[in-house]
Design a binder for this molecule. Sequence first.
Ligand code: NDP
Length: 309
Amino acid sequence: MIQVLFSAPDSQWDDYNQRLPEACRAKGLDIELTRDLTAHDVEFIVYAPNAQMRDFSPYRQCRAVLSLWAGVERIVVNQTLTQPLVRLIDPGLTQGMVEWVTGHVLRHHLGMDDHICRQDGIWSPVAPPLAAERRVTVLGLGALGAACAQALASLGFPVTGWSRTAKQLDGITCLSGLATLPTALASAEIVVLLLPLTPETTDLLDAALLATLPKGAVIINPGRGPLIEDDALLAALGSGHIGHATLDVFRTEPLPPDHPYWHHPRVTVTPHIASATRPATAVQAIAQSMSEVLSGVSPAGLVDRTRGY
Ligand code: NDP
């Protein structure tokens, strides 16, 4: 029997306790799931970064910590974590992000606000352009960014993707490395941020890089708040250089009620809901990672602690 510690908010226990042992059994793994933090002989820890547990040092038998989140910036900095860390790559999480990003790109591309917010009796029949005439850039071509880039390309948008290392994705113009970022931004009428938060990506979109975007560009950020310098973004929105920002993630969450983003006419705030971990699919991903670790295979989501994601 494989001992597995579940360290996540209590509200998630019933769902995972019901589903995870079954998903593991389907892979030939017999697990006992526990919430007992004193069970130091556990072999895996299923972990949500908003759990109360912060000290991984007692768990010497632990083969891997399996994150319930894709973003691991809060865990990688934990000095007590010496066990391998696996971030979540889950089809449900990916599909949720594809739907959210596609929806918000289409909102801006089609100018939906003009009609949804202004039912003013004025008949002005201006048809929106086709997707082929709207250039979109996706920063980050990982599990989420690549799926979003491909979904947008399949709708006809000319998509440029940007990542740290070189990539080849069908139908996407792929650029890599910091030197190519101004090029990736220069043609982006809509830019989607799906980068992880690391020392290299913190404050990445500063005033200088925001200035490389075409006038009126739209920013959509479901990645992490600190990817963008807030003051620089507010200044660029104020000058009209940035046309709109749809922001799902923030330096401080919940976003304080007096934050200027809430009241800005050209900012849309969504409360970190771009995509959520869905237990039904997440348990499959976790069971798969456990199975890979136990058979000596490196799981797909293995975090490189030096690069921070
Ligand atoms: P991945 O680790 O799969 O992908 C990260 C991508 O970013 C990779 O393409 C990587 O490049 C690129 N990257 C990382 N550092 C740099 C850099 N310095 N310069 C250029 N490119 C870089 O992550 P996911 O796609 O799974 O998730 C992305 C982020 O989405 C998460 O870290 C999290 O912050 C956020 N997220 C937000 C959610 C929400 O609800 N708002 C939900 C889930 C996730 P390379 O491929 O070369 O390594």
